[in-house]
Design a protein. Structure first.
Length: 244
């Protein structure tokens, strides 16, 4: 026998679930579109204000981080439209991404806004800091060019999308991972612009760890997807520097 009295209950439960989903979605939207931008503006303001303490190099580093965000943003939006056919994202992958965020963003911001790691400072001659600025500019150009050449195939984690293609033109013609090359340049510049053994070295240290763990898994996924085509591509290219 059908218990018709249960239907209103289920309808009410479904309604409550929809309201909860709507409220959660609204809160997340407010956090992303209002709270996080306000926090970013506040941090940028403090870093600019403390430039006389941290030096002109801190402003160069800050400008570089802003440019990285501007370059990557449209590709993040485009990636959300992709249909993922294969993924190697797991707890270790997420942990590595968090580690890089801490080393490349959180530690520098804590130093430049609060001076938490002043005890670990070091000094560099002016010419090395200037080289750091030049390295940063080159790294940012390569970062932009790598995203432009990769197009819809880019993702922040290890993923293969439907219709994924092997890119072997542009900066990918001689290097399989030019985006990693770019990030290495950017994080080397971090060590030359932020003169601190914790905040300055954090980026290159964390990314080096991620690189050696992630790249073998990424290339295994590419061989699985593209087979002999990727093997031939690997034979004629270097990982992060062109083959001589």
């Amino acid at each position: 026998m059908v218990d018709f009295n249960s239907y209103p209950y289920h309808a009410e439960s479904a309604g409550i679930a929809q309201v909860k989903f709507f409220v959660t979605d609204l809160i997340m939207d407010i956090v992303k579109k209002v709270v996080l931008p306000l926090i970013a503006i506040g941090l940028i303001t403090v870093i600019v204000w403390r430039a006389p303490i941290n030096g002109w190099e801190s402003l160069v580093w800050l400008a570089g981080m802003v440019v990285m965000g501007v370059v990557r943003r449209p590709h993040e939006n485009a990636n959300k439209q992709n249909t993922i056919s294969a993924s190697r994202q797991n707890a270790m992958e997420n942990g590595l991404l968090v580690c890089v965020f801490i080393g490349s963003a959180l530690l520098p911001v804590l130093q430049l806004t609060l001076g938490l790691f002043t005890f670990a400072g070091y000094t560099l001659p002016l010419w090395l800091s200037m080289i750091g600025a030049i390295v940063l500019v080159f790294g940012l150009w390569l970062f932009w060019r790598s995203h432009a050449d990769l197009g819809r195939n880019w993702s922040v984690s290890l993923e293969i999308r439907e219709g994924h293609t092997l890119i072997s033109e542009g900066v990918y013609k001689s290097v399989r991972h030019p985006m990693y090359s770019a990030i290495f340049f950017i994080f080397v510049s971090q060590a030359l612009l932020i003169h601190n053994w914790i905040a300055g070295i954090g980026g290159i240290a964390s990314f080096t760890l991620m690189y050696f763990i992630r790249v073998p898994r990424e290339e295994a996924m590419m061989r699985e997807q593209f087979g002999d085509e990727y093997l031939e591509y690997s034979r004629t290219t270097g990982r992060i520097f062109p083959k001589l």
